[in-house]
Design a protein around this ligand. Structure first.
Ligand SMILES: [Zn+2]
Length: 234
């Protein structure tokens, strides 16, 4: 079942290694079927070189396996929490990419410092609060999903397509698995840009922070109600 979605999610997982966003098995991508609401995700701990589309398990939104012999990614409850909270999400990506993790480990949001950032995100990419000891001891991966939902729900998952989990790393999403990987890649690039900008800033050059007017000009011309970037969709 869902062979087309399995192929899409398989390709999205393989793209993570091609883009240099993951090493070893440090990443996972899932996708949701818009008709049945079922989710396809990378199996747990399988090397990318050995992964096949037919390995990918199919689950319902409560985590019950509908098809497949392999255990789903250990991060599955985090992905499912995002799908349950935000119907607009059709794909989720998690990586441990270098610069996004650096901000997460510092407990910091990725600051919006320029137009590259504003073309994709309507403000700082938020970092979640730390999980409490009882959340860590309890249903850890599902609680991780909940703190992401907390950090995003006021902004809206359709506008802010990324968050950093405190002391952990980035999760991104989009309408499809492929879009969530694209956002992951862009987020890593803007995290590196922000890191390098701050290095110059703290080295004594006075980098001005981006004005809010410029931030929303760039975000809204691509994603706002009067968007005019790109070609007109027929
Ligand atoms: Zn992780």
């Amino acid at each position: 079942m869902l062979e087309k979605l399995k192929n899409e999610v398989y390709s999205a997982n393989m793209k993570l290694t091609e883009l240099g966003l993951v090493i070893n098995t440090w990443g996972n991508v899932s996708g949701r079927d818009p008709e049945t609401g079922l989710v396809v995700i990378k199996p747990s701990g399988v090397e990318y070189s050995e992964l096949k589309p037919s390995d990918l398990p199919v689950l319902d939104l409560e985590g019950k396996i509908v098809e497949g012999d392999m255990r789903p990614s250990s991060d599955t409850p985090t992905h499912l929490a995002l799908y349950r909270a935000f119907p607009c999400i059709g794909g989720v990506t998690h990586t441990h990419s270098m610069y996004a993790v650096a901000f997460a480990q510092a407990g910091r949001s990725i600051p919006a410092l320029g137009t590259t950032h504003a073309d994709y995100f309507p403000g700082d990419v938020p970092c979640t609060r730390p999980l409490t000891p009882s959340e860590i001891a309890g249903d850890y991966e599902a609680e991780t999903g909940k703190v992401i939902v907390e950090a995003i729900e006021k902004i809206g998952a359709d506008r802010m397509r990324a968050a950093l989990v405190f002391s952990h790393g980035p999760f991104t999403w989009g309408q499809t698995a492929a879009e969530s990987v694209d956002v992951s890649y862009v987020m890593e690039v803007i995290a590196e840009m922000a890191y390098r900008t701050e290095m110059l800033h703290f080295a004594g050059n006075s980098t001005p922070l981006m004005q809010n007017e410029l931030l929303f000009k760039h975000f809204d011309r691509k994603h706002g109600p009067g968007a005019y970037y790109g070609q007109i969709k027929k």
